[in-house]
Design a protein around this ligand. Structure first.
Ligand SMILES: *Cc1c(COP(=O)(O)O)cnc(C)c1O
Length: 231
């Protein structure tokens, strides 16, 4: 019951935040981040109507996806190594959310071409300049935009960010706002509509919705505390 109660509560919070921000109801997709949690837990969310799930490690995703009903959509939200691109594309993720370099984007486009598909991706942007983080800086995205947008087998659907953790959810607001502003700038440059902004996690998703998130990535608030030691 725990998981289903949490899901209901989070959906209510998302709806309230949409309303506060004057956004239409249903503007935001809830991505249930199931990393480290077993298939039984994911099935509980499924039985409550959840269909969109996120995993951050390819290997783990590949063991869980075949164990779940086929009408789930899966997003890869963790870093992808170039030598794993083929496996990731063959797995058929709905969205690769953490594309963090031009070289990776080029590899995805090339291999998608070999497989006869188009890869849907988000560009991960390091909006708060944290040194240890993955992602393009906003300046890099701007500079590489012509190259990124002409990769033939890539559909860049939007941007994602993982800001540095802050005690207070409000602490992430400037980062969320920067990501939205960057997307607005890129839209004016064309040629892409860039509909998706993936931002906000368990403790700050409501703030992210207020700032324009279209996908929030929520793990522990749905499934409980993660036990990394068990994996
Ligand atoms: C684990 C993870 C999340 C979910 O984090 P919670 O704080 O458990 O909601 C979101 N995004 C990414 C990229 C993650 O790796």
């Amino acid at each position: 019951m725990y998981i289903q109660d949490q899901l209901q509560e989070i959906k209510a919070h998302i709806a309230a935040a949409e309303q506060r921000a004057g956004r239409p109801a249903g503007s935001v997709k809830l991505l249930a981040v199931s990393k480290t949690f077993p298939v039984e837990d994911i099935m509980q969310a499924y039985n409550d109507g959840q269909r969109l799930f996120g995993e951050n490690r390819l290997q783990e995703a590949m063991s869980k996806i075949p164990a779940m009903p086929a009408d789930c959509e899966w997003h890869l939200i963790g870093p992808l190594q170039r030598n794993k691109v083929r496996k990731a594309l063959e797995q058929g993720f709905g969205l690769l959310q953490a594309v963090d370099s031009l070289r990776l984007a080029e590899a995805i486009s090339r291999i998608a071409g070999e497989l006869g598909c188009t890869a849907r991706i988000l560009l991960e942007v390091n909006v708060d300049g944290e040194a240890s983080k993955h992602g393009f800086t906003p300046a890099e995205v701007q500079e590489l935009w012509p190259q990124l947008t002409t990769l033939p087998q890539l559909e860049i659907c939007g941007l994602m960010c993982i800001p540095a953790p802050t005690e207070d959810p409000e602490g992430a607001r400037p980062a969320f706002r920067s990501l939205r502003t960057l997307a607005e700038t890129l839209r004016t440059r064309g040629p892409l509509p860039l509909p998706e902004l993936s931002m906000g996690m368990s403790h700050d998703y409501a703030v992210a919705v207020e700032e324009g998130a279209t996908i929030v990535r929520v793990g522990s608030a749905i499934f409980g505390k993660r036990d990394y030691a068990a994996h």
